[in-house]
Ligand binder design. Structure first.
Ligand code: ADP
Length: 636
């Protein structure tokens, strides 16, 4: 295109896919492009305000940060300008050429190519700057980074590539010109734009001015007077306003802006503290898991402000890692304005504030759990897996978190607390029984549960990865220990007898079982650490459990998945003396030549137990051979 200083560059592949979708979008809420641009412009002002606190050379005209929107109906353009931090060439390529946010990359991975389905996802994910291509067929970004001499211009039609070159611009900041599509005229109208800004961006703390240029005079008419730009937003920090003056919609839009979120907040907490420490808190619990929730960095996303000035959104430990799903702001009156990000690490003011806020959040959750259990359970269902990290990380709050925690259980529909579980325990039951794994539905089918079900003993179903960790570190809940039902011997008859009489009558005798068990140990050798009769089982023939002193099986699996454990250790094979197959084997175990004759069925029982645990077979070919032989013999 133009001069030789202009360079053409391709978008990163994911961006191209995203843009393709934007360009051809039929999404009905196209107006969100404006929210995205205003949100970015406001962030840019926040960044410069912060940078200028510590770098005198970046001093701007004090409080004069602002965003202006100018509409030219004749040229069909919208120009959005800010006097924030601006971007240099590298920033432009990185920010407007690749996908930086992990959440957005995730979104692109989910694109199906079916435009209807993809478009529905926009609302769920939001896609920042790139959403401009829903309404514009050409976009020019002219920008100058604060402190730099050079300005740059980025241009694209959203089709595969962009151009970047040097530009002229006097002051720092960014001007974005949207050349609107034919079918996007509605966004050139003053009333429409005003409504969009007040709906989505009223909480933005810098003034947003709007100017719609009048149509040029027709022949014979006077040239219309140029109107003045009008500020259309409230322009003050939302958290500093009285609660009674803030609508739910305004809270929601602020949450979306501050949390880069697209859902509704499930809950909010807005309060100020005065006295020894002074600060204001406006925090939200999302409805849905944020994309970066399980990032290894476990970063806190709460923004820290000092006296309304944005300081940091990732370096301060305002909340503990196990509350990292919370979004929002904390505005401190006590920290010095020129606090550097490094100074925020291990800062006593921040840690005192963090403690107090964490306490308040927990108190709030406790109240909700009691007064609005359904609301709390919905939050727990989404974030309980993260909050439980606190049980082993935050020793001081362990008991409080254990009380707050909710679990799935074989005893009740929905969720239960540990206190409620304990209140339902059998008279002679001294332990809280649980099973851990990765999938609730699969866990509910575990054979190890059968004996508990038959005796009416309740078992907690724990399907979060974190469960194995906190359980290891937590000896008891109010004096009741935790006991895995897939580990160690269980003497369930001591707690409660099974009601099924038939089971008892049709059982292999003790001496038959002893003979069979000796035979099985001989056949299986070191593949098992022990073989024993089970009272955990009713309808299944066999199951595997970890030995008393061994590690629980779910934990071994986690360690193996993380390459911390080469091989699973040998397990205890438990067999069900009431099961028809076991009874038959027990009858035959005393016969001559039994070790040879029963070897195949014994191995098959062992393999069956492994399959039930989701373990791979050691030797699939052997398994198939034994299976065929045994079936053939059965059919003969
Ligand atoms: P997000 O805002 O969610 O990070 P965007 O796609 O909207 O994603 O923007 C990408 C990045 O581009 C921003 O994070 C910011 O660094 C940069 N950016 C966008 N608009 C501006 C602007 N007006 N001024 C300075 N930087 C900007």
């Amino acid at each position: 295109m133009s001069d030789n200083k202009t360079e053409k560059m391709g978008f990163e592949a994911e961006v191209s896919r995203l843009l393709h979708m934007m360009v051809h979008s039929v999404y009905s809420d196209r107006e969100i492009f404006l929210r995205e641009l205003i949100s970015n412009a406001s962030d840019a002002c926040d960044k410069l305000r912060y940078a200028s606190l510590t770098d005198d050379s970046l001093k701007t005209d004090g409080e004069d940060f602002g965003i202006s929107i100018v509409v030219d109906g004749e040229a069909k353009t919208i120009t959005l300008s800010d006097n924030g931090i601006g971007m240099d060439r590298e920033d432009l390529i990185e920010n407007l050429g690749t996908i930086a946010r992990s959440g957005t990359a995730n979104f692109v991975d989910k694109l199906t190519g079916d435009s209807k389905k993809d478009v529905q996802m926009i609302g769920q994910f939001g896609v920042g700057f790139y959403s401009v291509f829903m309404v514009a067929d050409k976009v020019t970004v002219t920008t100058k980074k604060a402190g730099d001499d050079k300005a740059w211009v980025w241009t694209s039609t959203g089709e595969g590539s962009f151009e970047i070159g040097e530009a002229e611009k006097d002051s720092q900041g960014t001007d974005i010109v949207l050349h609107m599509k034919e079918d996007a005229d509605e966004f050139l109208e003053e009333y429409r734009l005003k409504t969009i800004i007040t709906t989505y961006s009223d909480h933005i703390a810098v003034p947003i001015s709007l100017l719609v240029k009048p149509a040029p005079a027709k022949d014979g008419e006077d040239t219309p007077e140029a109107p003045e730009a009008k500020v259309v937003n409230e322009g003050s920090a939302i958290w500093a306003r009285p609660k009674s003056e803030i609508t739910d919609e305004q809270y929601t839009e602020f949450y979306r802006h501050v949390g880069h979120a697209y859902d509704e907040p499930a809950h909010r907490l807005h309060y100020s503290v005065e006295g020894m420490q002074e600060y204001t808190v406006l925090l939200f619990v999302p409805t849905k898991k944020p994309m970066d929730l399980f990032d290894p960095a476990r970063k806190n996303r709460v923004k820290l402000y000092v006296k309304r000035v944005f300081i940091s959104d990732d370096s301060a430990d305002i909340l503990p890692g196990w509350l990292r799903f919370m979004r929002g702001i904390v505005d401190s009156q006590d920290l010095p304005l020129n606090v550097s990000r490094e100074m925020l690490q291990n800062n006593p003011v921040v840690s005192r504030m963090s403690k107090a806020i964490t306490k308040k959040i927990l108190a709030d959750f406790e109240k909700m759990a009691e007064k609005e259990p359904e609301k709390f359970e919905a939050i727990w269902a989404e974030f309980g897996g993260v909050i439980k990290e606190g049980i082993y990380e935050d020793f001081e709050r362990r008991d409080q978190l254990l009380k707050l925690a909710r679990f799935k259980s074989t005893g009740v529909e929905g969720w239960t607390s540990l206190s409620d579980y304990v209140s339902r325990m059998k008279d002679k039951q001294s332990k809280i029984f649980y099973i851990t794994g990765t999938d609730e539905a699969a866990l509910r089918k575990s054979p190890q549960l059968e004996g508990f079900a038959a005796r009416g003993i309740e078992v907690l179903i724990m399907a979060d990865a974190v469960d194995d960790f906190w359980l290891q570190a937590t000896p008891d809940f109010e004096g009741k220990g935790f006991s895995s039902i897939t580990k160690g011997a269980s003497d369930l008859d001591e707690i409660s007898e099974t009601e099924d009489k038939k089971d008892k009558e049709e059982k292999a005798t003790d001496s038959q079982m002893t003979t069979l068990i000796t035979l099985m140990k001989e056949v299986l050798g070191d593949k098992v650490s022990d073989v024993r009769a089970s009272n955990r089982l009713t309808s299944t023939a066999c199951c595997l459990v970890a030995s008393d002193s061994g590690m629980d099986m779910a934990m071994e699996r986690i360690l193996q998945a993380h390459n911390q454990l080469d091989q699973m250790t040998a397990k205890v094979l438990e067999i069900n003396p009431s099961h028809a197959l076991v009874r038959k084997l027990a009858e035959k175990a005393a016969e001559k030549g039994a070790v040879d004759n029963l070897a195949d069925p014994v191995w098959l029982i062992f393999d069956q137990a492994r399959i039930l645990e989701g373990e791979p077979l050691d030797d699939a070919a052997e398994f198939a051979r034994r299976m065929s032989n045994t079936m053939e013999a059965g059919l003969a």
